[in-house]
Design a protein around this ligand. Structure first.
Ligand SMILES: [Zn+2]
Length: 211
């Protein structure tokens, strides 16, 4: 793997550490962090700070009923989630989102495929498969889009993204990611709203494929 050059902004790591990041983005952030030593170190710093803050708050605020509530929570059985480890190109958080299954690819045309991992009113997280040299249909965003490269690489107006790199694009960015020639590019993409495709045909396909 070449060195990771596109990282997660500190404000997003802080939101993730405090548990306030929307679920679909959290899958992308956790996946990048599992591949990136630099962001893992920053995240651990945020978690340490968050933990220290919580201790202070508890010392000041715990009294009466609240203390009873806390004790009740401590007595509640801890639900243990199965732990998934990296499998092939897929980091643990993606394997978890796949529930240990293989991706269920659906064609979007021009050799582009997607596999939706999770989707609800808040947004979605999916895998995208883009053949080498192929463009992802031109699209703008209604909100924030995070794209993490798992295999191959792509380039757009803002630069080149290789394995482990994450692109954070906001709604102002109209961009056309193109997979670099060679291996197909496989990405994890998290959005908080449906993408708006500009090209005529993809717009027609949009309701069919829930893009
Ligand atoms: Zn990083």
């Amino acid at each position: 793997m070449t060195a990771i050059t596109h990282h997660i902004p500190d404000a997003i790591l802080a939101a993730y550490a405090s548990g306030s990041l929307q679920h679909h983005y959290a899958v992308a952030v956790a996946s990048h962090v599992s591949l990136c030593v630099q962001c893992r170190a920053s995240l651990e710093a945020h978690q340490t700070m968050g933990g220290a803050l919580l201790e202070v708050t508890e010392r000041v605020a715990v009294s009466g009923n609240m203390k009873a509530d806390l004790m009740a929570q401590l007595d509640a059985p801890v639900k243990s989630e199965p732990v998934y480890t990296r499998r092939g190109i897929y980091p643990g958080p993606v394997v978890a989102a796949l529930k240990g299954q293989e991706p269920k690819w659906k064609s979007l045309g021009m050799g582009v495929r997607q596999s939706i991992l999770s989707q609800d009113k808040q947004g979605s997280v999916r895998l995208l498969y883009i053949p080498g040299g192929q463009a992802v249909p031109d699209h703008g965003h209604n909100g924030l889009e995070m794209t993490l490269v798992l295999q191959g690489s792509f380039s757009d107006d803002t630069g080149r993204f290789g394995v482990g790199d994450i692109e954070i694009a906001n709604e102002d960015l109209e961009h056309t990611p193109i997979a670099d020639p060679g291996d197909p590019c496989i990405c994890l993409a998290a959005t908080d709203a449906p993408l708006r495709f500009n090209a005529f045909v993809p717009r027609l396909l949009q309701p069919l494929f829930r893009i």
